[in-house]
Each structure stands twice: as C-alpha cells, then as structure tokens.
Design a protein. Structure first.
Length: 277
C-alpha cells in the first residue's frame, strides 16, 4: 500500500480582533518509507522559521522542493463576520461548559477549534495534491482500485485530548464518495501529536507556512518576520515546480452548524440546573 506522511503547521495567531487577522497553514507530503532519509537531510541545529537566517530558509526551500511529494499553503482571512460569530458562539459554549463541569471546558475554545480546522485544511491540501501529482486516478483506472495510507503529524500545542477531536473532525471532512467512485481510497493509519524536538520533520511545514505568510503580510503591519517579502519569495521559488498548491479564502464556518447538538444540550442543562440564571 502506498503510504504518505502528512505534516502540518500554522503561521499566524487566532485572535478575535486586531491587525493582520489571517493565518496560513503549511503542509507537506512525504513518502513514509523515505521519512528517515529526509530527516537525515535536515541541517544540524536548524531553528524554527521565526528565528531562521536567509541561508537556512533557502536550504529548507530546496529540500522541500526536492524531497516532498507535494506542498500546500492555505491562508484564511479571519476579518469576517463569520469569524466574529464563531468566536462568540464558541466562547459562550465554553462558559456554559466551565460552569457545568467545574471550570473545565477542554478544547472548546475558539482559537483551539479553529486551529484544528486549519490543520485539517492543510492536510487535505497536501493529501489531495500528492494524489493528483502521482496520477492516482489514472493508475486506478488502469490497474484497479488503490489505497493510499496516511500518517498525519501535527504540533501538540493543544494537549493529548486534541487527538480524538482531530480524528473526529478529520473523518467528517474526509468522506470519499467521489474518489472511491474512481478507485482511490485514503486510509488514515495514524495521527501523531508531537513537537519539532521529537519529530524534526515538522520544521518543513513550519517553514512553508512562515514563508508564505511572510510573502503576504511582511509589509502589512506589526508582524515581525525574519525575512523580507523578496527573500521569502526567493526561498519559495524552488517549490514552484508543480508541487506547490496555494489556497486563499475567508473564514466562513458556523459554530452552531458544527456543534449545534452539543450547544443545545448545554443550554438545556443550564436551564435545568440554574433556572434563575
């Protein structure tokens, strides 16, 4: 079975308001059986994107262009009414759960949920583009159905409980009637929450996200980037060999559409326990 490792990271922050309300998700797909080899190619002592030099960023750009099956960068503009509603609805749900559960609401914070959704955005981009570049549909038509195994790796900033929530959302986003109809099935083999220290390959999407974010926003305000827009473009240029899939859009998700049943249950329980408010 063909097996891809999908690694995802994010540049930018999920704030309710402020300057430069955008985030960029960077993702890379690597052949799983080459992960050890690619890991061995990482420069010794490579820092995170935010602390890099131009020479280091150029080296990573060349490495990504040469060794990754596909690369993705998706930017979402959060300066939308939908984001404000999402934040307000999520925050209200969080407050109810804290009261009902003795101060604990788990992952149900606006920024946490949005971050996991952004991870899914990036993983889908790299996954789909890797399949496209490998002519998966054409191969399935010629040789019969194929299955592409996937190991997803993302940064463990949210704690272990995010794994189950991520899997639930990923499975919901990964319904495959169209691809399965043409003979291609994606199988999630593993989901790993880890850090760059334990999985240095996470530095690759960290640089992809940071470079793409820098290109778009280095001159837009108070963001602090280690490179100029021109320098970041130089580092991304080697990836523009057909492997780089770029997406842009607005944040348009509705919290109640996603979690309406859970919100309704919390509201009902609040009325039962606290009839006087």
């Amino acid at each position: 079975m063909e097996h891809h490792m999908l690694l995802v990271d994010i540049a930018g922050r999920f704030h309710r308001a402020g300057a430069n309300l955008s985030v960029t998700t960077g993702s890379v797909a690597i052949a799983a059986d080459r992960a050890d080899y690619v890991r061995s190619l990482l420069p010794r002592g490579l820092p995170k994107w935010g602390e890099c030099t131009l020479a280091q960023a150029k080296e990573v750009g060349l490495l990504v262009a040469r060794e990754c099956l596909a690369v993705g960068a998706v930017t979402r503009d959060l300066a939308t009414p939908a984001w404000q509603r999402f934040w307000e609805d999520s925050a209200a749900h969080e407050l109810m759960l804290k009261r009902l559960q003795g101060g604990k609401a788990g992952l149900l914070r606006p920024a946490n949920i949005a971050r996991i959704i952004a991870f899914i955005d990036g993983a889908v981009t790299a996954s789909g583009h890797a399949a496209y570049l490998s002519n998966a549909i054409e191969r399935a038509k010629t040789n019969g159905p194929i299955t592409i195994g996937q190991t997803l790796v993302f940064d463990d900033e949210l704690g272990g409980e995010s794994r189950e929530f991520f899997i639930e959302q990923w499975n919901g986003a990964r319904r495959q009637p169209r691809t399965q109809a043409v003979g291609v099935t994606f199988k999630t083999c593993d989901v790993r929450l880890t850090t760059e220290q334990d999985e240095p390959l996470l530095l690759l999407p960290d640089y992809v996200a940071g470079l793409r974010h820098c290109v778009q926003f280095a001159g837009a305000g108070p963001n602090t980037f280690p490179l100029t827009t021109t320098e970041a473009n130089e580092c991304l240029a080697p990836m523009e060999n057909g492997k780089f899939k770029i997406g842009e859009g607005f944040f348009e998700l509705d919290y109640r559409s996603m979690f309406g049943d859970a919100v309704a249950a919390a509201e009902t329980e609040m009325r039962r326990r606290y009839p006087n408010g």
